[in-house]
Design a protein around this ligand. Structure first.
Ligand code: ATP
Ligand code: MG
Length: 316
Protein backbone atom coordinates (compact mmCIF):
# COMPACT_ATOMS: atom_id res chain seq x y z
CA UNK A 1 0.00 0.00 0.00
CA UNK A 2 1.36 3.43 -0.88
CA UNK A 3 1.55 6.22 1.66
CA UNK A 4 -1.09 8.20 -0.18
CA UNK A 5 -3.57 5.34 0.28
CA UNK A 6 -3.37 5.69 4.05
CA UNK A 7 -5.64 8.06 5.89
CA UNK A 8 -3.61 11.02 7.09
CA UNK A 9 -3.82 11.68 10.83
CA UNK A 10 -6.54 14.25 11.50
CA UNK A 11 -5.39 17.71 12.62
CA UNK A 12 -5.90 18.18 16.33
CA UNK A 13 -8.57 20.73 17.16
CA UNK A 14 -7.56 20.85 20.80
CA UNK A 15 -4.05 20.16 21.98
CA UNK A 16 -2.55 20.32 25.46
CA UNK A 17 1.21 20.78 25.38
CA UNK A 18 3.15 20.15 28.56
CA UNK A 19 0.34 21.74 30.58
CA UNK A 20 1.11 22.52 34.21
CA UNK A 21 -1.56 23.67 36.63
CA UNK A 22 -0.91 24.50 40.28
CA UNK A 23 -3.30 25.47 43.05
CA UNK A 24 -1.55 27.83 45.44
CA UNK A 25 -3.17 27.25 48.81
CA UNK A 26 -2.47 29.09 52.05
CA UNK A 27 0.16 26.67 53.31
CA UNK A 28 1.03 24.55 50.31
CA UNK A 29 0.88 24.28 46.54
CA UNK A 30 -0.96 21.45 44.84
CA UNK A 31 0.65 20.47 41.55
CA UNK A 32 -2.60 19.29 40.03
CA UNK A 33 -1.45 18.92 36.42
CA UNK A 34 2.20 18.07 35.83
CA UNK A 35 3.11 18.30 32.17
CA UNK A 36 0.13 16.84 30.35
CA UNK A 37 0.28 16.27 26.61
CA UNK A 38 -2.83 15.22 24.74
CA UNK A 39 -4.82 16.10 21.67
CA UNK A 40 -8.28 15.58 20.21
CA UNK A 41 -9.18 15.71 16.53
CA UNK A 42 -12.44 16.69 14.88
CA UNK A 43 -14.92 13.85 15.00
CA UNK A 44 -12.95 12.07 17.68
CA UNK A 45 -13.91 11.18 21.24
CA UNK A 46 -11.04 11.08 23.69
CA UNK A 47 -11.86 9.69 27.12
CA UNK A 48 -9.90 10.72 30.19
CA UNK A 49 -9.93 8.29 33.09
CA UNK A 50 -8.09 8.12 36.38
CA UNK A 51 -8.65 8.11 40.09
CA UNK A 52 -10.24 10.99 41.96
CA UNK A 53 -7.85 13.93 42.26
CA UNK A 54 -5.69 12.84 39.32
CA UNK A 55 -6.16 16.18 37.57
CA UNK A 56 -8.81 15.34 34.98
CA UNK A 57 -11.08 18.30 35.68
CA UNK A 58 -8.21 20.73 36.21
CA UNK A 59 -6.90 19.73 32.78
CA UNK A 60 -10.30 20.01 31.12
CA UNK A 61 -11.12 23.37 32.69
CA UNK A 62 -7.81 24.71 31.39
CA UNK A 63 -9.12 24.30 27.86
CA UNK A 64 -11.45 27.23 28.56
CA UNK A 65 -9.21 28.81 31.18
CA UNK A 66 -11.92 28.18 33.72
CA UNK A 67 -9.97 27.06 36.78
CA UNK A 68 -10.54 29.74 39.44
CA UNK A 69 -7.57 32.14 39.56
CA UNK A 70 -6.55 32.34 42.37
CA UNK A 71 -5.89 29.74 43.66
CA UNK A 72 -5.10 28.34 40.19
CA UNK A 73 -1.83 29.26 38.54
CA UNK A 74 -1.14 28.14 34.99
CA UNK A 75 2.44 27.23 35.66
CA UNK A 76 3.50 26.17 32.18
CA UNK A 77 2.62 24.79 28.79
CA UNK A 78 -0.05 25.65 26.27
CA UNK A 79 -3.61 24.72 25.38
CA UNK A 80 -4.00 25.14 21.64
CA UNK A 81 -7.51 25.50 20.25
CA UNK A 82 -7.24 25.45 16.47
CA UNK A 83 -3.62 26.41 16.95
CA UNK A 84 -4.21 29.40 19.28
CA UNK A 85 -3.04 29.24 22.87
CA UNK A 86 -6.11 29.69 25.05
CA UNK A 87 -3.93 30.46 28.08
CA UNK A 88 -2.44 33.46 26.30
CA UNK A 89 -5.80 35.05 25.45
CA UNK A 90 -7.26 38.08 27.19
CA UNK A 91 -10.51 37.71 29.13
CA UNK A 92 -12.43 39.45 26.35
CA UNK A 93 -11.14 36.98 23.76
CA UNK A 94 -11.83 34.08 26.09
CA UNK A 95 -15.44 35.15 26.41
CA UNK A 96 -15.72 35.02 22.63
CA UNK A 97 -14.56 31.42 22.34
CA UNK A 98 -16.29 30.00 25.43
CA UNK A 99 -19.58 28.48 24.38
CA UNK A 100 -18.94 29.34 20.74
CA UNK A 101 -15.82 27.40 19.74
CA UNK A 102 -15.48 25.23 22.81
CA UNK A 103 -18.04 24.39 25.44
CA UNK A 104 -18.50 22.20 28.44
CA UNK A 105 -21.12 20.01 30.07
CA UNK A 106 -20.68 19.32 33.77
CA UNK A 107 -21.93 16.67 36.14
CA UNK A 108 -24.58 18.76 37.82
CA UNK A 109 -26.67 20.98 35.55
CA UNK A 110 -28.24 22.69 38.59
CA UNK A 111 -24.95 24.43 39.30
CA UNK A 112 -24.63 25.66 35.72
CA UNK A 113 -28.21 26.72 35.03
CA UNK A 114 -29.58 29.97 36.41
CA UNK A 115 -32.53 28.99 38.65
CA UNK A 116 -34.27 32.31 37.96
CA UNK A 117 -34.20 32.26 34.19
CA UNK A 118 -36.37 30.26 31.80
CA UNK A 119 -34.36 27.39 30.35
CA UNK A 120 -35.09 28.31 26.75
CA UNK A 121 -33.84 31.84 27.29
CA UNK A 122 -30.65 30.42 28.78
CA UNK A 123 -30.01 28.47 25.59
CA UNK A 124 -30.90 31.47 23.42
CA UNK A 125 -28.62 33.71 25.45
CA UNK A 126 -25.56 31.77 24.29
CA UNK A 127 -26.30 32.91 20.75
CA UNK A 128 -27.11 36.46 21.82
CA UNK A 129 -23.69 36.62 23.46
CA UNK A 130 -21.84 35.25 20.48
CA UNK A 131 -23.39 36.48 17.33
CA UNK A 132 -25.54 39.08 15.79
CA UNK A 133 -28.68 37.02 16.21
CA UNK A 134 -31.87 38.92 16.78
CA UNK A 135 -33.97 37.91 19.75
CA UNK A 136 -36.37 36.01 17.45
CA UNK A 137 -33.56 34.18 15.64
CA UNK A 138 -31.94 33.17 18.90
CA UNK A 139 -35.27 31.93 20.20
CA UNK A 140 -35.88 29.86 17.07
CA UNK A 141 -32.40 28.37 17.22
CA UNK A 142 -32.87 27.56 20.93
CA UNK A 143 -36.13 25.77 20.18
CA UNK A 144 -34.40 23.76 17.46
CA UNK A 145 -31.60 22.91 19.88
CA UNK A 146 -34.06 21.79 22.57
CA UNK A 147 -35.75 19.62 19.99
CA UNK A 148 -32.43 18.22 18.78
CA UNK A 149 -31.47 17.07 22.27
CA UNK A 150 -34.75 15.17 22.52
CA UNK A 151 -36.76 17.47 24.75
CA UNK A 152 -40.43 16.80 24.03
CA UNK A 153 -42.71 19.77 23.50
CA UNK A 154 -39.87 22.27 23.29
CA UNK A 155 -42.24 25.28 23.09
CA UNK A 156 -43.63 24.48 26.54
CA UNK A 157 -40.30 23.46 28.03
CA UNK A 158 -38.68 26.64 26.72
CA UNK A 159 -40.75 28.67 29.17
CA UNK A 160 -40.02 26.52 32.22
CA UNK A 161 -37.50 27.10 34.99
CA UNK A 162 -34.76 24.57 35.85
CA UNK A 163 -36.55 23.29 38.98
CA UNK A 164 -39.55 22.30 36.86
CA UNK A 165 -37.43 19.82 34.87
CA UNK A 166 -36.15 16.36 35.79
CA UNK A 167 -32.40 15.83 36.13
CA UNK A 168 -32.27 14.18 32.72
CA UNK A 169 -34.12 17.05 31.03
CA UNK A 170 -31.91 19.59 32.76
CA UNK A 171 -28.84 17.82 31.44
CA UNK A 172 -30.38 17.89 27.97
CA UNK A 173 -30.86 21.65 28.35
CA UNK A 174 -27.19 21.96 29.30
CA UNK A 175 -26.21 19.98 26.23
CA UNK A 176 -28.47 22.17 24.09
CA UNK A 177 -26.83 25.33 25.39
CA UNK A 178 -23.37 23.79 24.99
CA UNK A 179 -24.07 22.93 21.36
CA UNK A 180 -26.39 25.67 20.13
CA UNK A 181 -23.49 27.78 18.82
CA UNK A 182 -21.96 24.73 17.09
CA UNK A 183 -18.61 24.59 18.91
CA UNK A 184 -15.66 22.67 17.50
CA UNK A 185 -14.95 21.05 20.85
CA UNK A 186 -17.23 19.69 23.55
CA UNK A 187 -15.84 18.82 26.95
CA UNK A 188 -18.07 16.59 29.05
CA UNK A 189 -16.90 16.18 32.65
CA UNK A 190 -18.78 13.26 34.21
CA UNK A 191 -21.89 14.36 32.30
CA UNK A 192 -24.09 11.51 33.50
CA UNK A 193 -22.80 10.73 36.98
CA UNK A 194 -25.62 12.52 38.78
CA UNK A 195 -28.34 10.78 36.77
CA UNK A 196 -30.30 7.53 37.06
CA UNK A 197 -28.82 4.61 35.21
CA UNK A 198 -31.40 4.52 32.43
CA UNK A 199 -31.17 8.28 31.94
CA UNK A 200 -27.35 8.04 31.89
CA UNK A 201 -27.57 5.72 28.96
CA UNK A 202 -29.95 8.01 27.03
CA UNK A 203 -27.74 11.04 27.60
CA UNK A 204 -24.62 9.20 26.44
CA UNK A 205 -26.39 7.97 23.34
CA UNK A 206 -27.49 11.52 22.68
CA UNK A 207 -23.92 12.82 23.01
CA UNK A 208 -22.61 10.17 20.63
CA UNK A 209 -25.36 10.96 18.12
CA UNK A 210 -24.74 14.70 18.25
CA UNK A 211 -21.01 14.22 17.98
CA UNK A 212 -21.41 12.14 14.83
CA UNK A 213 -23.87 14.60 13.35
CA UNK A 214 -21.71 17.66 13.95
CA UNK A 215 -18.24 16.12 13.79
CA UNK A 216 -17.10 17.76 17.02
CA UNK A 217 -14.02 16.84 18.97
CA UNK A 218 -15.20 15.46 22.31
CA UNK A 219 -13.17 15.20 25.50
CA UNK A 220 -15.10 12.90 27.82
CA UNK A 221 -14.14 12.58 31.46
CA UNK A 222 -15.64 9.59 33.18
CA UNK A 223 -15.08 7.07 35.93
CA UNK A 224 -16.99 4.46 34.02
CA UNK A 225 -14.81 2.19 31.89
CA UNK A 226 -17.90 0.71 30.25
CA UNK A 227 -18.78 4.18 29.00
CA UNK A 228 -15.25 4.59 27.66
CA UNK A 229 -15.48 1.34 25.73
CA UNK A 230 -18.80 2.30 24.25
CA UNK A 231 -18.18 5.88 23.31
CA UNK A 232 -14.48 6.70 22.98
CA UNK A 233 -11.99 6.24 20.18
CA UNK A 234 -8.94 6.80 22.35
CA UNK A 235 -8.35 6.89 26.07
CA UNK A 236 -5.94 8.76 28.30
CA UNK A 237 -5.18 7.38 31.75
CA UNK A 238 -4.15 10.00 34.30
CA UNK A 239 -2.61 9.65 37.73
CA UNK A 240 -1.15 12.26 40.06
CA UNK A 241 -1.48 14.97 37.41
CA UNK A 242 0.31 13.02 34.71
CA UNK A 243 -0.68 10.95 31.71
CA UNK A 244 0.45 7.41 32.42
CA UNK A 245 -0.89 5.86 29.26
CA UNK A 246 -2.68 6.81 26.09
CA UNK A 247 -3.87 4.84 23.08
CA UNK A 248 -6.78 3.37 21.19
CA UNK A 249 -9.44 2.10 23.56
CA UNK A 250 -9.16 -1.48 22.37
CA UNK A 251 -5.38 -1.45 22.62
CA UNK A 252 -5.32 0.06 26.11
CA UNK A 253 -8.09 -2.20 27.40
CA UNK A 254 -6.71 -5.41 25.99
CA UNK A 255 -2.97 -4.70 26.14
CA UNK A 256 -2.41 -2.08 28.85
CA UNK A 257 1.21 -0.97 29.03
CA UNK A 258 1.34 0.94 32.32
CA UNK A 259 1.14 -0.94 35.62
CA UNK A 260 -1.43 1.60 36.86
CA UNK A 261 -3.70 0.93 33.87
CA UNK A 262 -3.46 -2.78 34.60
CA UNK A 263 -4.45 -2.04 38.21
CA UNK A 264 -7.49 -0.07 37.05
CA UNK A 265 -8.57 -2.78 34.67
CA UNK A 266 -7.99 -5.47 37.27
CA UNK A 267 -10.20 -3.50 39.66
CA UNK A 268 -12.95 -3.77 37.05
CA UNK A 269 -12.61 -7.44 36.10
CA UNK A 270 -14.96 -7.24 33.13
CA UNK A 271 -12.23 -5.35 31.37
CA UNK A 272 -9.38 -7.76 31.98
CA UNK A 273 -7.92 -9.20 28.78
CA UNK A 274 -9.53 -12.53 29.63
CA UNK A 275 -12.88 -10.84 28.93
CA UNK A 276 -11.95 -11.22 25.28
CA UNK A 277 -11.98 -14.98 25.66
CA UNK A 278 -15.55 -14.98 26.86
CA UNK A 279 -17.18 -16.74 23.92
CA UNK A 280 -20.39 -14.82 24.54
CA UNK A 281 -18.48 -11.56 24.10
CA UNK A 282 -17.53 -12.41 20.53
CA UNK A 283 -20.42 -10.71 18.80
CA UNK A 284 -20.73 -7.79 21.18
CA UNK A 285 -18.48 -5.31 19.50
CA UNK A 286 -18.90 -1.59 19.23
CA UNK A 287 -18.18 0.39 16.11
CA UNK A 288 -14.60 0.82 17.35
CA UNK A 289 -14.19 -2.93 17.70
CA UNK A 290 -14.08 -2.84 21.47
CA UNK A 291 -15.67 -5.74 23.30
CA UNK A 292 -19.06 -4.68 24.56
CA UNK A 293 -19.89 -6.02 27.99
CA UNK A 294 -23.33 -7.25 28.90
CA UNK A 295 -25.53 -4.30 29.83
CA UNK A 296 -25.79 -5.25 33.48
CA UNK A 297 -22.02 -5.27 33.82
CA UNK A 298 -21.72 -1.84 32.29
CA UNK A 299 -23.72 -0.17 34.99
CA UNK A 300 -22.14 1.79 37.74
CA UNK A 301 -18.50 0.82 37.28
CA UNK A 302 -16.27 3.19 39.17
CA UNK A 303 -12.55 3.49 39.23
CA UNK A 304 -11.07 2.96 42.66
CA UNK A 305 -10.21 6.07 44.57
CA UNK A 306 -6.69 6.73 45.67
CA UNK A 307 -6.28 6.21 49.40
CA UNK A 308 -6.04 9.65 50.95
CA UNK A 309 -7.17 11.23 47.70
CA UNK A 310 -10.01 13.68 47.35
CA UNK A 311 -12.99 11.46 47.80
CA UNK A 312 -15.65 14.05 48.30
CA UNK A 313 -17.62 14.17 45.10
CA UNK A 314 -20.18 16.92 45.19
CA UNK A 315 -23.63 16.20 43.95
CA UNK A 316 -23.40 12.49 44.45
N1 ATP B 1 -10.27 25.07 42.85
C1 ATP B 1 -9.37 24.32 43.47
N2 ATP B 1 -8.73 24.76 44.58
C2 ATP B 1 -7.80 24.01 45.18
N3 ATP B 1 -7.42 22.79 44.76
C3 ATP B 1 -8.01 22.28 43.68
C4 ATP B 1 -9.02 23.01 42.97
N4 ATP B 1 -9.45 22.27 41.93
C5 ATP B 1 -8.73 21.12 41.99
N5 ATP B 1 -7.88 21.12 43.02
C6 ATP B 1 -6.93 20.06 43.40
O1 ATP B 1 -6.24 19.64 42.23
C7 ATP B 1 -6.12 18.22 42.20
C8 ATP B 1 -6.77 17.70 40.94
O2 ATP B 1 -8.16 17.91 41.04
P1 ATP B 1 -9.19 17.57 39.87
O3 ATP B 1 -10.47 18.19 40.27
O4 ATP B 1 -8.61 17.94 38.57
O5 ATP B 1 -9.28 15.97 39.98
P2 ATP B 1 -10.19 14.98 39.14
O6 ATP B 1 -9.27 14.01 38.48
O7 ATP B 1 -11.12 15.74 38.29
O8 ATP B 1 -10.97 14.21 40.32
P3 ATP B 1 -12.49 13.72 40.39
O9 ATP B 1 -12.48 12.37 39.68
O10 ATP B 1 -12.74 13.58 41.85
O11 ATP B 1 -13.37 14.72 39.73
C9 ATP B 1 -6.73 17.70 43.47
O12 ATP B 1 -5.70 17.54 44.43
C10 ATP B 1 -7.67 18.82 43.89
O13 ATP B 1 -7.85 18.85 45.27
MG1 MG C 1 -13.19 16.01 38.26
Amino acid sequence: MTDSAQTPPAEPVLEFRDLRVDFALATSTVHAVRGVNLSVAAGETLAVVGESGSGKSATALSAMRLNPEPPCVYAGGQVLLDGRDVLALREKELRKIRGARISMVFQDPMTSLDPLQRVGDQVAEVLRLHGDHTRAEARRAALTALDEVGIPDPERRYRQYPHELSGGLRQRVMIASALVARPRVLIADEPTTALDVTVQRQILELLVRLQRRHGMAVLLITHDLGVVAETADRVVVMRHGEVVETGDVEQVFTRPAAPYTRELLAATPDWSPSHDHDPAAGDRRTAQGVPRPPAERRRGRRLPHRPGGRDVRPGR
